[in-house]
Design a protein around this ligand. Structure first.
Ligand code: R1P
Length: 310
């Protein structure tokens, strides 16, 4: 349990630890590799410089942070669990305790909805849209089934489709180049990612136990976003908040963000990636992301005091 919190607007304890992610200044640094699965975070931490000090904190809300060095540069690996809300917690709480620019790259898994991406390919998106359930469309289900024309929304009005929020172009290009060297260029796929607010209904998975009105959902996603290639659950919030973060100075972004996703499902072909292959790809992606992070953010951009521990 965290100790007593101060400031209801942005809770922190007396030592300056944030409420959910549980980090204080000096425990997390400007370069961040974020993942969903804490076990993935631990495996990727084995790539960090083994002769450098390593900090580890598991918060009471399931966030795991490992801070160390890669090629001598400070890097934090943060596991956040799943969903846009968890990305929001992590970014806001890390932003509050780190000075200077943040560079955040997510490694995740996703489902491919494009023939261009097979299982085992790595998708590095140009941007991400959000698709979310329109809750009110499901309020009056009894009236709708007795009188389908009685003001009920049609299936294509049951989900909202946002605009595409871009990833950082420079980081994205660097990531594609690094991954292309690790794998082969044709296995690194560009396109638009779609972040869904749920794994099942908002990704067009049909579940007879619930009314979801999503039988044509993936088709609708392709109509909205002709370049849509993947479905997952966090990238949109990363790109959205990077765009919403108050600049550090005119023209100096507070957060730069990019993502790499390993396709574990191919929805059209109904295939899935073997676990051993996922483990291999995740280490390759990890090496590429850590390399990009280590070569991003020059010393003069960083506030030395924010990295005093590292
Ligand atoms: C769903 O199974 C989870 O896997 C994907 C989705 O975005 C969601 O979080 O990503 P991770 O493998 O990073 O968790």
């Amino acid at each position: 349990m965290p100790s007593d919190m101060k400031n209801a607007n942005f809770p922190m304890d007396a030592e300056g630890h944030t409420y959910h992610v549980g980090l204080k200044r000096g425990e997390v640094c400007n370069r961040i590799l974020t993942v969903g699965d804490p076990e993935r975070a631990r495996r990727l931490a084995s790539l960090l410089d083994q002769d450098a000090p390593m900090f580890e904190r598991e918060s009471h809300r399931g966030f795991l942070t490992i801070t160390g060095r890669f090629l001598g540069q400070p890097v934090s690996i943060i596991a956040i669990g799943m969903g846009m809300a968890m990305m929001d917690f992590m970014l806001r709480e890390v932003r509050a305790v780190v000075d200077g620019p943040l560079c955040v790259i997510r490694i995740g898994t996703c489902g491919s909805i494009a023939t261009a991406a097979n299982v085992g390919d790595i998708i590095v998106p140009d941007g991400s849209a959000a698709v979310t359930r329109r809750f009110d469309a499901f309020f009056d289900l009894a009236a709708a089934s007795s009188s389908p024309s009685a003001g009920e929304l049609s299936a294509d009005e049951c989900y909202t489709f946002s605009r595409v929020f871009p990833a950082d172009a420079e980081l994205t290009a660097a990531l594609r180049e690094q991954l292309g060297q690790q794998l082969s260029e044709e296995r690194v796929v560009p396109g638009v990612n779609v972040t869904a607010d749920t794994f099942y209904a908002a990704q067009g998975r049909v579940d007879p136990s619930f009314v979801d009105r999503n039988a044509k959902h993936v088709e609708q996603i392709h109509e909205q976003y002709p370049d849509a290639v993947s479905l997952e659950m966090e990238n949109f919030m990363l790109f959205h908040l990077a765009r919403c973060a108050t600049p550090l100075a005119p023209g100096v972004p507070s957060i730069r963000a990019a993502a790499a996703m390993i396709a574990v499902f191919q929805r059209q072909a109904n295939t899935s990636l073997p676990k051993a292959e996922l483990a291999r790809l995740e280490m390759q992606a990890g090496r590429a992301v850590l390399d990009v992070l280590a070569h991003t953010l020059q010393d003069e951009e960083l506030h030395p005091e924010s990295e005093s521990v590292w």
